[in-house]
Design a protein around this ligand. Sequence first.
Ligand SMILES: Cc1cc2nc3c(=O)[nH]c(=O)nc-3n(C[C@H](O)[C@H](O)[C@H](O)COP(=O)(O)O)c2cc1C
Length: 409
Amino acid sequence: MLRFLTAGESHGRSLVVIVDGLPAGLCVDADALTRDLRRRQHGYGRGRRMAIESDAAVVAAGVRHGRTTGAPVAVTIENRDWVNWAFTMHPDEHPPSGAGGANRGPVTRPRPGHADLAGAIKYGHADIRDVLERASARETAARVAAGALARQVLGQVGIAVASHVISIGPERADARNASFDDIASLADDSPTRCVDDAAAARMIAAIDAAREAGDTLGGVFEVAARGVPAGLGSYAQWDRRLDGRLAQALMSIPAIKAVSIGIGAESARMRGSQVHDEILPPAGSSPGAHASTPAERPTNRAGGLEGGVTNGQEVRVSASMKPIATLMTPLRSIDLATGVEAPAAIERSDVCAVPAAAVVGEAMVALVLADAFLERFGGDSIDEVRGRYEDWQRKVGERFARPRESGTS
Ligand SMILES: Cc1cc2nc3c(=O)[nH]c(=O)nc-3n(C[C@H](O)[C@H](O)[C@H](O)COP(=O)(O)O)c2cc1C
C-alpha cells in the first residue's frame, strides 16, 4: 500500500510529507520533485505569496545515493516566508526576541467559504489563525512532492500523467479533442495551462476583471493518464472501485466541489447510445490504448474506467474548483470576539488558482494510480514490480493472441 501523510502550516517553518510503501531500488530524481513544486506555483491570477516562495524539495529520509531503500521517504519544503512570520507562528510559548516579523493580532472574522468558522467551532480556537494556517492550500505543495515520487514509480512502467485547464469562470476552452500529447506538451510555466490559445486569452481577461472588482474565479481542469493497463481497481467491493478512489483523492483538494470521470455529469443528459463506448475488434490501435486491451474503442467517454476498473483506455478525470474564498472586497461575516457583524478577514490571496490546482490534481491522480498499480503488481523492490508486470503483460498478450490466430487459420 502506498500512503502518505503531510504536516505543516502555511506560514510555519516548513512543510513535511512522509511517503510510505515505495518499493526499494527506485531511482529518485530529486530535481523532478522541485520541478513539480515550481509548476504548482505558476498560473495567472496567483497572489504575491508565490513570488516570495521558490519551493524546493529536500529529501530527508528513505533514499541513499539516488535510490529508495524501502524505508518511508520523507521530504521537506521550507517556507521562505517563515522569516516574516516566525514570531506569529513560533512553536515556543515565548518566542525568542530575535524571531522575525510582527506579532500579528488574532484573526476573529471568519471568511465565508473557508474552514475558518467550522474549524474555530470544532477545535475551540479563539484565533482563527490556528485554523487557516493548516486549512490553507499551501499544504498541497507537500502533496505535489509526494505525487512526484508516485510519478517516478509510474514512469518505470510506462505510465504518464498530465493536466490541462478546461475553463476559468465563464471562459471555456475547445478542448474536446485534446490528445495526451497536446496536454503533456503545455509549457511548465503556461499562465493558464489551456490548450486553446483564444480561450486562454479570454481566461486572462476574465481574471483581470475579477481582480479589479476585488473578486475571484474558479474553473475546471482535467487530468489524463496514458499507459494505464486494464484491470486496476475492482468492482468486487465498494471501496476498491478506482473511480471512487480517484474522486475522493481529487475531492480532497481544497476548493474542489465536483469530480467527473470521463464526460461525467454531461452523460446524465444524454441517451445511452450517445454515451457508451463501443467495443470493436482491433483494427490498429485506439489512440492512447494500452496493449493489455484486446479491443478497439472508437471513443473514450468513460474516461478509461468501467465498473470501477481501468479498461486499458486513457484515464480522464476532471475536477471543478469553486472561486477562491478570500475576497479583497470581503463578504459579510461576524467578529467572533464580539458577535457583531463585520466584513470577513482578508489574507494575502490568489484571484484564481485553477492552473495550480490542476498540478495538484496530477499529483493526487499519480498517487492513486501508483497505489492501485502496486496493489496489483507490487513487490519489495522495483525490479520485482517490473518483473511481475512484464510477466502479466506476456500472459495477457498470449491469451488475447490465440483466438485471433485461430480465427485467421
Ligand atoms: C492551489 C490552490 C490554491 C489556493 N489558493 C487560495 C488562496 O490564495 N486563497 C484562498 O482563500 N483560497 C485558496 N484556495 C482554496 C482554499 O484553500 C479552500 O477553498 C479552503 O481551504 C476551503 O476548503 P473548501 O473550499 O474545500 O471547502 C486554494 C486552493 C488550491 C487548490
